[in-house]
Structures are given as C-alpha cells and as structure tokens.
Design a binder for this molecule. Structure first.
Ligand SMILES: Cc1cc2nc3c(=O)[nH]c(=O)nc-3n(C[C@H](O)[C@H](O)[C@H](O)COP(=O)(O)OP(=O)(O)OC[C@H]3O[C@@H](n4cnc5c(N)ncnc54)[C@H](O)[C@@H]3O)c2cc1C
Length: 379
C-alpha cells in the first residue's frame, strides 16, 4: 500500500493494533460469530488501548487523532472479519453525530463512555416501511412538557441489541417533509423503548442487528441532538463519512481475499502442478489485483480529500457503489479458485463471500448512490 496520509506514527499504531487483534480477536472470532455478538469485554479492551473514537477530544478520553487513525482501525478490524465493523460504526459513524451536534453537556455525558468502550451506540434510520426513502419514515416525536413522546418502529439496526444509546431519526413535524426530521438520543432503559428480536442474517454473524420499538417512549427534551427539524441535513452531512468508511472496509476485505487466494493457489496441486501455474489462474488474479489497485488509488485520494474537508459527496457515492460491487466480484472469483474447499465454512473465503454481500445494500443502496451521482451530473 502507498497511502500518502499514513505517517510513521500511523504505521506504529497499525502494527500495535494488528498485534492486539491477533491476540484478542482472531482466536475468538468464530465464537463471536456463533454467539451473534462481540462481547462487551472486547469493546472495553479496545477502548482501554485507545482504539475507539481516537478522534475525540482529550477531555473526553480521546487522543484528538486525525482521520487516518480511523482509517487504520477500519482496515485492521476488517482484516479480522467484517462483523467487527459494528465497532467501527459506533466509533466513526454514530458517535461523530454526538461530537458534531451535541451540546457540551451531552458530550460530557456520552463521549467518555463511548471512548472507553463502556457505552455502545447505534443509529436508527430504517423502518419496516422506509429504507431508501428516508423522508417516508413514520416514527414521530411529539413534545409533551419536558419530554418527547416517541412512537414507531425501526429495523435492521446494527448494534441494536447491545446499544446503550441510539440516535433515532424521527419526525417532530409530520407536515414539514424533510424539514420535520430531527435526531433524538434514546437511552437503553427509557420507558416505552424496547428491543425486538435479533435478526438472523446471511453474513456478518458477529454483529448484532435488531428491531427497535417505541411505544409512547418518554425521551427528555435534553436528548434532542442539535436543532429540531435539522436532522435530515445532519444525516446528509454525516452519511458521507459512513460511505467512505464502508468503502475502506470493503477494500480491506478485497485485499484480504486476494491475499488468501494467492496463498491458496500456490499450494494447491492440480494436474501435477500448483494451481498458480495455470494461465487462467494468473490472468484472473492479475485482473482482480488490477481492479483492487484502481480501487485503492481512488479511495486513498478520497480519504485525502475528506481529510482536507472538501465536498466529497460525488466521490464518496462513487467509491461506495464501485468498491462494494468489486468486493462481491472478488469474493465470488476467489471462492471459485478455491474449488470445493472455498464452499466449506472452515475456509475464510466462504465467510468473506457471505459478509460482503450486504455492502451494496446498507449505508444507502448502490442504486441510491447512482441516483446521487446522476443528480450531481445534472441528469
Ligand atoms: C446488515 C444490515 C445492517 C443495517 N444497519 C443499519 C443501521 O445500523 N441503521 C439503519 O438505520 N439501517 C441499517 N440498515 C438498513 C439499510 O440501510 C437499508 O436496508 C437500506 O437503506 C435499504 O433500505 P430497504 O431495505 O428498505 O430497501 P428499499 O428501500 O425497499 O429498496 C429495495 C430495492 O429498491 C431499490 N431502490 C429504492 N429506491 C430506488 C430508486 N429511487 N431508484 C432505483 N432503485 C431504488 C434499492 O436500491 C433496492 O435494491 C442495515 C441493513 C442491513 C441489511
């Protein structure tokens, strides 16, 4: 890799994180997949080492780290398994909402626990009847004195079961379209807020995904994030980083799948010679390697632009759809090169193939990414 934004300090950080994950995550990963979640103890260990929300201010326990540290964390977590991405979601998607739009009191209340790994967060946009069309959400929050009364249902929420805090997208004004959308922080234990069932997924088994239900849930008005009616704008701003994060994770997965397959074809003997000696194998891997390199070049440039705070809506949408589609292609081609072994659960490529499928669906589907790109092209 030739990542221009990575300094020697970043590399030292990467090496220690990789060592930490090899010791603390790799041996347990299968167990976590079976359990359907990552144990809280691991979150705390990550927090103790400074691997969660490193960007947070020192007064909240962070190290004021630049975005390159978040990139490294995302890549290294994905190297172990895509299911660990739920920690990245907490660290670089959900908690930045609190950091950017929260009041001083809210930051003081929630950031220290989020950084130490004691508090797990989630973001709840999607509803049974509204995914891509965010403006069609039906969850309402009606002011009643010092509380909002929240009613509605959310689904497919990552970290849903374990979450101590959920940023809930709701309508504070049902007549104002996207200008009626607000973000409310709902804490576990809030009367009227319950967690539904943990959903069984095709892949990413170690990350918990759940339904959330709100029946006259009483949320203190002090839990409103930013201003009423600004939620849609906050989402549009923060979704860019979520899409970049996903491209980073899926690219790391592509690199890992290629590495696994190159090793495999070198040792697998067929017709008296290593599989790697067949021109078909060489051409396939040469093609995948080229596409991954093109993806790496694009994503690295995107990271630099994002760190320079440029408007990256177009490029983030492009990276999101192209890299997540590439990951599906790489998984499928690499499984084919593994023959029957690739279809066996004990081979990592089998799990990788399952895990990458959702990349084209969440964080805005790939079709929605193309809608955004086309719109920005004036079409
Ligand atoms: C494992 C997992 C984790 C998730 N985690 C979260 C989470 O933490 N928080 C959260 O809020 N959500 C989460 N989601 C939900 C995810 O963001 C939605 O599933 C996604 O936005 C799509 O919404 P939908 O499922 O309702 O599909 P729909 O919106 O019903 O889309 C169905 C199909 O129609 C296509 N389509 C829709 N509109 C258009 C259009 N205008 N033009 C062309 N095609 C279109 C879509 O691309 C898709 O192919 C998660 C989903 C999964 C599977």
């Amino acid at each position: 890799m030739n990542q221009s934004y990575i300094t020697q300090e970043h590399e030292i950080f990467r090496r220690s994180l990789r060592r930490f994950l090899e010791k603390e995550a790799v041996p347990c990963f299968e167990e976590w997949e079976t359990a359907g979640r990552i144990p809280r103890l691991f979150w705390k260990k990550m927090g103790e080492q400074g691997y969660i929300c490193p960007w947070a201010d020192e007064e909240y326990g962070g190290i004021n780290a630049d975005y390159a540290y978040s990139v490294i964390i995302a890549e290294e977590l994905d190297r172990v398994g895509t299911g660990l991405g739920s920690i990245g979601l907490h660290s670089d998607t959900v908690m930045p909402y609190i950091d950017s739009y929260g009041s001083a009191e809210q930051k003081q209340r929630w950031l220290p626990g989020a950084v130490s790994g004691e508090l797990i967060s989630a973001i709840a946009m999607t509803e049974p009847g509204a995914g891509s069309d965010l403006q069609a959400i039906k969850t309402t929050a009606v002011r009643d004195g010092e509380h909002y009364i929240v009613n509605g249902a959310k689904t497919f929420i990552s970290n849903g079961i374990q979450a101590d805090l959920v940023v809930v997208v709701c309508k504070t004004d049902t007549k104002a379209g996207h200008k009626g959308i607000s973000l409310l922080v709902v804490e576990d234990g809030t009367p009227g807020f319950t967690k539904g069932k943990q959903l069984k997924k095709v892949g990413q088994h170690s990350s918990d995904t759940a339904e959330l239900l709100f029946q006259d849930a009483r949320v203190p008005i002090g839990n409103l994030l930013g201003e009423e009616g600004k939620g849609f704008y906050y989402l549009m701003e923060k979704l860019q980083q979520e899409r970049i994060q996903l491209a980073i994770c899926m690219l790391a997965s592509c690199e890992r799948m290629l590495e696994l397959t190159v090793d495999y074809v070198k040792q697998r003997q067929v017709f008296g010679q290593p599989l790697a000696k067949f021109q078909h194998t060489q051409f396939k891997l040469a093609e995948l390697s080229t596409e991954i390199k093109i993806g790496r070049t694009f994503v690295d440039q995107l990271i630099v632009s994002h760190m320079e705070k440029k408007n990256v809506v177009q490029e983030a949408s492009m990276a999101k759809w192209w890299i997540t589609d590439l990951a599906k292609k790489v998984a499928s081609e690499c499984m084919q090169l593994h023959g029957g072994y690739g279809y066996m659960e004990e081979y990592e490529i089998a799990r990788r193939l399952r895990d990458v499928q959702v990349g084209s669906i969440y964080a805005g589907t790939n079709e929605i990414m193309k809608v955004i790109i086309a719109k920005n092209m004036g079409l």
